[in-house]
Design a protein around this ligand. Structure first.
Ligand SMILES: C[S@@+](CC[C@H](N)C(=O)[O-])C[C@H]1O[C@@H](n2cnc3c(N)ncnc32)[C@H](O)[C@@H]1O
Length: 251
């Protein structure tokens, strides 16, 4: 069977924002992470670089009217999503959008949650600092920022917006970007097929505590990248348990 899916980054609402075959998964995983971390329907949420509402199509129905805000310079993505989801949803929930490409949050509101999924994976160092500083400014004092980085062994030196290619940063560098923006942050164990989730806040007390973090697995059965990783981990734990049992039995 030929692969009829449009190429990543092509002018298609489900391919422009990432692998089209993962479109539903990547929306669902953002929704699950946000609700696991305490998002409730009366909270105000900013979806920075919201694309074709991959997460927004779950978040907008869930949130109360006037609670969903999106920044997305490619307004055609939102128009495609509106055509698919229907005007009634938009009339009922009144999501607010802005189309600037300056990495600015132009809304007066401050947010309980800010999500930036696969945005810092495309920004050079200077733009990453600008992005994080502006997202920090958009947070309420007890707000939580969720941002993904594309981790690698070396730091991307290229400046500007790099798309659809990703730019990698070492995990130490990602953490330093967040600290430089006066944010406390933790790296989350939540599953992402290619990137890594970080939670950041103005105060460390707002971050998920270590005892809570172990529940943030993002498990998804049937997704090959998750299945393979977890099956290997399970087998090595079984082998280790067998070795320990044999060592104890041999005493
Ligand atoms: C990889 S997609 C991720 C979209 C969305 N966060 C998601 O998970 O579906 C990156 C998005 O960033 C948007 N983008 C590009 N430049 C931007 C800017 N200056 N400010 C905000 N978003 C931008 C792109 O148009 C695209 O929709």
């Amino acid at each position: 069977m030929p692969n009829l899916l449009p190429a990543i980054g092509s002018h298609h609402p489900r391919a422009f924002v990432g692998p089209p075959e993962e479109y539903d998964l990547m929306g669902a995983t953002q929704f699950r992470l946000l609700t696991a971390l305490g998002l409730r329907s009366n909270h105000r949420l900013l979806d920075f670089g919201c694309g074709s509402l991959r997460a927004g199509r779950l978040l907008i129905p869930y949130l109360d009217p006037d609670c969903y805000f999106g920044v997305e310079p490619n307004d055609w993505l939102i128009e495609e999503a509106r055509a698919e989801l229907g005007n009634d949803l938009f009339d009922l929930k009144r999501p607010t959008f802005d189309h600037n490409s300056d990495f600015v949050v132009p809304f007066e509101e401050r947010f309980d949650f800010v999500v930036a999924q696969s945005i810092a994976s495309h920004t050079g160092p200077d733009l990453t600092r600008k992005l994080l500083a502006n997202l920090r400014g958009a947070l309420m004092s007890d707000g939580l920022l969720l941002v993904t980085f594309f981790e690698g062994d070396t730091d991307n030196p290229r400046e500007g917006w790099i798309y659809p290619d990703c730019c990698a940063y070492r995990k130490e560098t990602a953490m330093q970007f967040l600290r430089d923006s006066d944010l406390s942050a933790v790296r989350l164990p939540w599953f992402h097929p290619r990137q890594t989730w970080y939670a950041a806040a103005r105060s460390p007390s707002r971050l998920p505590a270590p005892w809570q973090q172990r529940y943030l697995t993002g498990a998804v059965f049937g997704v090959p990248t998750w299945d393979v990783r977890e099956r290997l981990l399970w087998r090595s734990l079984q082998k280790m348990a067998g070795r320990v049992a044999r060592a104890i039995g041999a005493r």
